[in-house]
Write a protein that binds this ligand. Structure first.
Ligand code: 5GP
Ligand code: ZN
Length: 114
């Protein structure tokens, strides 16, 4: 089976501007930023959607969220804040079927989304 694009980034088969990495997760700059700061936070394990999460994956998702806080602190966003959002399937606007959080910051973000 062909690797998905985010697995290719994890395996260094295509380049990305990686800003954080550990044994479980990775964060890198989105290729088409929607805000001054736009990172993608992914588990290294290939999980297509939130519907595919297994009990054993709970730790990875919790870790991803804690890493988001670490990145926010590192980026000096503890006052202004940020948005962490994940798109699931067609109506959610998911294009890459490897779970990811969008980490968006650097401008006031509108709510509700379009
Ligand atoms: P989704 O719509 O699946 O939630 O978001 C996928 C995101 O991945 C989009 O914001 C898109 O710009 C980003 N993206 C797609 N291909 C690449 C790539 O090759 N490298 C990087 N860094 N981001 C990508
Ligand atoms: Zn993948």
């Amino acid at each position: 089976m062909q690797e998905c694009i985010f697995c290719k980034i994890v395996n260094r088969n295509i380049p990305a501007e990686i800003i954080y990495e550990d044994d479980q997760v990775m964060a890198f700059k989105d290729i088409r930023p929607a805000a001054p700061i736009h990172y993608l936070l992914i588990p290294k394990k290939h999980i297509p959607t939130f519907l595919d999460l297994k009990e054993e994956d709970e730790g990875i998702v919790g870790h991803l969220q804690r890493v988001a806080g670490m990145i926010a602190r590192e980026a000096g966003l503890t006052k202004k804040g940020f948005r962490l959002v994940s798109n699931c399937l067609e109506d959610g606007g998911q294009l890459i079927f490897h779970i990811h959080y969008h980490f968006l910051a650097g401008r006031p973000l509108q709510w509700p989304p379009g």
